[in-house]
Design a protein around this ligand. Structure first.
Ligand code: FAD
Length: 474
């Protein structure tokens, strides 16, 4: 007889593993199916995020930042280091160890919470049955009262630039270079392209970023995006906007890329090329014929605001559904769906307060609306800005680039957006998320006592500046 579960989750990325753990915690008999096999041939939990995404990229960003600091800015503190060297093999080994710790940690969490971990490829059949094809080819069918599809996303490939061994790679390949490329091309100036470009630029690569769009970071607040572009270019990233790649040719150990800008056809030769032009949802292989789940026009699984698919009792969460492709968005959807299945039918999540972060140095982070969005929506708003150049703690850290910018409704004073460009922006933006979650006003932040000296004081002064009351700007 088929094994029976209250909840079967397909995929153990951040969306899936959180949904599985939360379901088990809420008393559901839960299984999670995962097909990912690591470099050693073992099943690895945690999905893109833990294996080849958020975590390994941040491990390399931290290493490269430390190297860059040692080379470029520790001297300002009076610290001199001779013979600074980068050992790429050791850097990668550290990254791999962090990945192993975390993916193993998910296995531990499954055990501790009573989630049954099943290795193999899951496919939804009719009547909420799930077929699992194990790595040895054998097949098992599970009966589920509820199914959560969390199959995630994979990098998009484009015809002019097919992957080629370790020369033309996607984001996963860029986390595995064995030496610092002398000349590195990055196709796509999105979050992932900028982060990976930064890693290798800090380690000494000559990096050219080729982007088809004319605007830099079009979804970010444009004042912040423009400031960031200038800084990144000053740091040595050669960012070429409005350039459409038309072809690529591998010649020996190099690749020649052809592209068009507004004037003419151009060519560049690189030692390595990273293609970061977006990700697509994984729906092939997990939806059996007749399962009833439908896709939307962009081939994401179609869901409502509560992540219900077109089949009762079948949900989909994370990168495989609409919304930003972010680990924390998928995790929140996982919690929401587990709550709904456990009987809390009105569980919901606030899609308006999902923070965005770009882990360059300095970091860019924001939550809520940009000035451009507010203008387009015809909302009357107030703006407050506080540059880090006037923040004592930023000076002490020798890192005064950037600002905090707060947007508040002119009539109600409610905070509509917070945009941070600077040191620890990813941490500072959480204050904007909490403020917006609690529907705070600029005045609420103005009346809050912030510790001194901290970078967060910039949030306080930006809130004061919303009403022209800043205390630390002339
Ligand atoms: P995934 O993490 O993609 O997991 C899906 C899982 O499902 C995979 O393990 C896959 O093997 C499994 N699966 C698929 N089909 C089947 C099947 N049929 N049967 C069984 N298993 C299946 N996001 C952030 O929020 N912050 C960051 O800093 C960040 N950095 C990133 C850096 C890089 C280089 C990349 C590539 C991504 C980054 N992301 C970041 C995005 C983040 O990784 C994704 O948004 C997140 O992993 C999506 O989670 P998910 O659970 O929906 O899917």
């Amino acid at each position: 007889m088929a094994q029976q579960f209250d909840v079967v989750v397909i995929g153990s990325g951040p969306a899936g593993y959180i949904a599985a753990i939360k379901s088990a915690q809420l008393g559901q008999k839960t299984a999670c199916i995962e097909k990912w096999v690591d470099k050693e041939g073992k099943t690895s939990l945690g999905g893109t995020c833990l294996n080849v995404g958020c975590i390994p990229s941040k491990a390399l960003l931290e290493s490269s930042e430390k190297y860059h600091e040692a080379m470029a800015s520790l001297g300002d503190h009076g610290i001199s280091i001779k013979d600074v060297k980068i050992d790429v093999k050791a850097m990668m080994a550290r990254k791999d160890k962090i990945v192993k710790n975390l993916t193993g940690g998910i296995a531990g969490l499954f055990k501790a919470n009573g989630v049954t971990s099943i290795e193999g490829t899951g496919k939804l059949l009719e009547n909420k049955q799930v077929e699992v094809t194990k790595h040895d080819g054998s097949i098992e069918v599970l009966d589920a009262k509820n199914v959560i599809i969390a199959t995630g996303s994979v990098p998009v490939e484009i015809p002019p630039i097919p992957m080629h061994e370790d020369i033309i790679v996607d984001s996963t390949g860029a986390l595995e270079f064995t030496e610092v490329p002398k000349r590195l091309g990055v196709i796509g100036a999105g979050v992932i392209g900028l982060e990976l470009g930064s890693v290798w630029a800090r380690l000494g690569s000559d990096v050219v970023v080729i982007e088809a769009q004319d605007k830099f970071l079009p979804t970010a607040d444009q004042a912040i995006a423009k400031a960031a572009q200038k800084i990144f270019e000053k740091q040595g990233l050669d960012i070429r906007l409005g350039c459409r790649v038309t072809g690529s040719e591998v010649k020996g150990k190099q690749v020649v890329v052809t592209y068009q800008d507004s004037e003419s056809d151009k060519q560049e030769t690189f030692d390595k090329l990273i293609v970061c032009v977006g990700r697509r949802p994984v729906t092939d292989g997990c939806l059996g014929e007749g399962c009833g789940v439908t896709l939307d026009e962009r081939r994401f699984i179609f869901v409502d605001d509560q992540c219900r698919t077109t089949v009762p009792g079948v949900y989909a969460i994370g990168d495989v559904v609409r919304g930003p492709m972010l680990a924390h968005k998928g995790m929140e959807e996982g919690v929401m769906v587990a709550e709904i299945i456990a009987g809390h039918e009105t569980a919901q999540m606030n899609y308006e307060t999902i923070p965005n972060v770009i882990y360059t140095h300095p970091e860019i982070a924001w939550v809520g609306k940009t000035e451009e969005q507010l203008k387009a929506e015809g909302v009357d708003y107030k703006v407050g800005k506080m540059p880090f150049a006037a923040v004592g703690r930023a000076m002490a850290a020798n890192d005064t680039t950037g600002m905090v910018k707060i947007l508040a409704d002119k009539e109600t004073d409610r905070i509509l957006g917070m945009h941070v460009f600077g040191l620890s922006a990813s941490e500072i933006v959480a204050q904007g998320v909490i403020s917006m979650e609690f529907m705070a006003s600029a005045e609420d932040l103005q009346l809050t006592c912030f510790a001194h000296p901290t970078l967060s004081e910039a949030v306080h002064d930006a809130a004061l500046a919303v009403d022209n009351m800043a205390l630390h700007i002339a």
